[in-house]
Each structure stands twice: as structure tokens, then as C-alpha cells.
Ligand binder design. Structure first.
Ligand code: 3PG
Length: 216
């Protein structure tokens, strides 16, 4: 069976180690992408997942990569190979999927941008585990069992690391991060819709700073 390369694993580990918080960003207006990500970066967060849930996702990735070269910019909500290829072409440095398919896991073994595959069960995890994947998004974290589920995974999969996302909030991030198999938590709480609509970038930077301080 083909296995994940050292380069791919190192890249994903580097990304996860770079920030304990990964904002999940959905861009409603393209001109918001750079100031929003700049505010997060100014607030101390250097890893960002920009989702492909709107028509602006790919262009936003392109713009943020160019404007903030020091940040790690990934593409999220990638659900098929066509999107994977488009995200790579837009400059995404890593790819996040909400779940796994055999096709995506195989493609990602030799892709330019490495994959952080989403799983919520032991069986899904094992699909990736067999190919050498050891870093996973745990999604949707809260409804899939939260911290007790992650503790349970550490028995059979002691060398797997998770980025729980989905229902994680500022006041629960610390509980997840206290687990030995969690390196980073993701969430949309870092970019509240009302602050983004008001273009209140100072508020976004403050939320980033405050959230980092809450978990330190
Ligand atoms: C994701 O795609 O990771 C989630 O939609 C983020 O979940 P949240 O909005 O509950 O933080």
C-alpha cells in the first residue's frame, strides 16, 4: 500500500505546531479576505484555514498568500479532487477535508500540498492510518464525542494527533488542548460574523489575542 511521504507529514506537523488555534474562515466578500487575515495575524495567529464554502475561497487564498507570506494558509472544506487541485493552484499550503474518501487520501500522498484529513470515527481514522497518516482533523468535534472521544482514540492510536474542530469555542479550546493528542484546535469563533460585517478588524485582532491568552 502507498504511504504518505516524509515531506507531507513534516509539513502538516509544522503547520499544527505553528499555532494552537486555527481559525476556520469563510469569506463572504472578497475584499474582506486580506484585512481579516491580517487582523488574525496581528493578533498572533499565523495558521489559517480558508474554506471553499463560498465562491471567494480560492481567490481569497491567492490574495492572502500574497499579502501575508509569513502566514500558513490552507484550504478547508475540500470535498473532491477538483477542489483539491484548484486549492493547490491557488497556493494553499495545506488542505483540510471534513471527512475522508479513499480517492482523496490516495491523491494526497503525491500532491503538492499535504492533507489534514477529517475523521470522526475509528474506522475513518484507520483508512488514513494504514497509509501512514498520523495527523487528523477531528470533525465535528463536539457532536462526535468531544474530549472523551479523543481520550478514547489515544488507546488504540497512541501516535495520532488531532485538530478538533466543529463546535469548539473560546471557553472549551483549553480543555481540548490539555489532551496529549491535541496540538491545535480549529473554529469559526475567531472570526465572528458581526465583527466581520462591521469590518471591525481591531476586534478580530483582540479576539485572537484574547483567545491565545486564555489557553496559555
Ligand atoms: C469546520 O468546518 O471546521 C467547522 O464548520 C467549524 O466549526 P465551528 O463553526 O463550530 O467552529
Amino acid at each position: 500500500m502507498s504511504q504518505i511521504s516524509g515531506f507531507h507529514r513534516d509539513r502538516i506537523r509544522t503547520v499544527l505546531k505553528a499555532s494552537p488555534l486555527m481559525p476556520v474562515i469563510t469569506i463572504k466578500h472578497l475584499d474582506e479576505a486580506v484585512p481579516l487575515c491580517q487582523a488574525l495575524f496581528d493578533g498572533g495567529i499565523c495558521v489559517m484555514e480558508i474554506t471553499l464554502r463560498t465562491e471567494h475561497g480560492l481567490k481569497a487564498i491567492e490574495r492572502v498568500r500574497e499579502a501575508i507570506p509569513e502566514a500558513w494558509v490552507g484550504a478547508g472544506t475540500v470535498t473532491c479532487l477538483a477542489q483539491y487541485r484548484q486549492a493547490e493552484a491557488a497556493g494553499a499550503q495545506f488542505i483540510v477535508t471534513p471527512g475522508v474518501t479513499e480517492e482523496l487520501l490516495e491523491f494526497a500522498l503525491t500532491s503538492e500540498s499535504p492533507l489534514l484529513p477529517g475523521i470522526s470515527t475509528a474506522s475513518e481514522l484507520m483508512l488514513g492510518y494504514g497509509k501512514g497518516y498520523r495527523e487528523f482533523k477531528f470533525f465535528p468535534a463536539e457532536v462526535a464525542g468531544g474530549t472523551p472521544a479523543l481520550k478514547a482514540f489515544s488507546g488504540p492510536f497512541p501516535d495520532a494527533t488531532f485538530c478538533p474542530t466543529g463546535g469548539v469555542r473560546r471557553d472549551t479550546a483549553r480543555d481540548y488542548l490539555s489532551l496529549g493528542n491535541v496540538q491545535t484546535v480549529g473554529g469559526s469563533w475567531l472570526t465572528p460574523a458581526d465583527a466581520v460585517a462591521k469590518k471591525d478588524w481591531a476586534k478580530i485582532a483582540e479576539i485572537a489575542r484574547g483567545s491565545l491568552s486564555d489557553i496559555s
